[in-house]
Design a protein around this ligand. Sequence first.
Ligand code: ATP
Ligand code: MG
Length: 255
Amino acid sequence: MTLRIFCIANQKGGVGKTTTTVNLAAGLAQLGQRVLVVDLDPQGNATMGSGIDKRKLELSVYDVLLESATIAEARQRADKSGYDVLGANRELAGAEVELVDLERRERRLKAALQAVRDEYDFVLIDCPPSLSMLTLNGLCAAHGVLVPMQCEYFALEGLSDLVNTIKQVHANLNPELLIIGLVRVMFDARITLQQQVSEQLKAHFGAKLFNTVIPRNVRLAEAPSYGLPGVVFDPASKGAQAFVEFAREVVQRHG
Ligand SMILES: Nc1ncnc2c1ncn2[C@@H]1O[C@H](COP(=O)(O)OP(=O)(O)OP(=O)(O)O)[C@@H](O)[C@H]1O
Ligand SMILES: [Mg+2]
């Protein structure tokens, strides 16, 4: 099987990028896929949410971007969840500035991933809520972008910056890059507006919209404080089951 590298991106904050990253990773791992999560956000939420203490990282994605460590040296195992993590913490915020004057600054992650390409089926890159140099490194390294969406007013308008950035990266830096798909998250079927926006997304994106819908589910929100993806924390919960189903759909479509 060939390696698939996906960015989980949306420049809007708090839409569910990190929750999607760690739960999709855990779901894929349950299906026997070999997964690496790359935390590209200085908040380090994907790191913490995978049970790895961001304050105790000896090496992180920061060292990889600055080429002072390889991924093989810096990654850690999320034991209970069955995937590897290239962690991040606040130090990563400095990379933004430090990379500016360096050569191939937006291709650092892509280059580093080459060395581990045979070890994984999926690499999932959790992007920060911005279109920064960090996100650019993710987009340059990826085959495609997975976009978590909340079905709220202006959902479509909010996507236009991301879609434009993806087009530019596609044209100038990474001709492989495409939108893999949009996934509806934190969905509440009781809210008429959400149903309406969901229908709009279907009409607008067609087959690019994943069939699986992730419901709003409190167990998914509780799981990070235990250092676990919801899929591992409470496998019987509606949220966990939806993410495992989503992982299955991702493998069917892109495995
Ligand atoms: N399906 C869900 N049901 C309930 N709560 C959720 C769900 N998905 C995410 N959340 C909660 O919503 C909040 C934002 O989610 P998350 O951190 O995944 O978003 P994000 O896009 O990564 O945020 P940021 O832009 O800050 O990186 C978190 O508290 C998370 O636990
Ligand atoms: Mg996040």
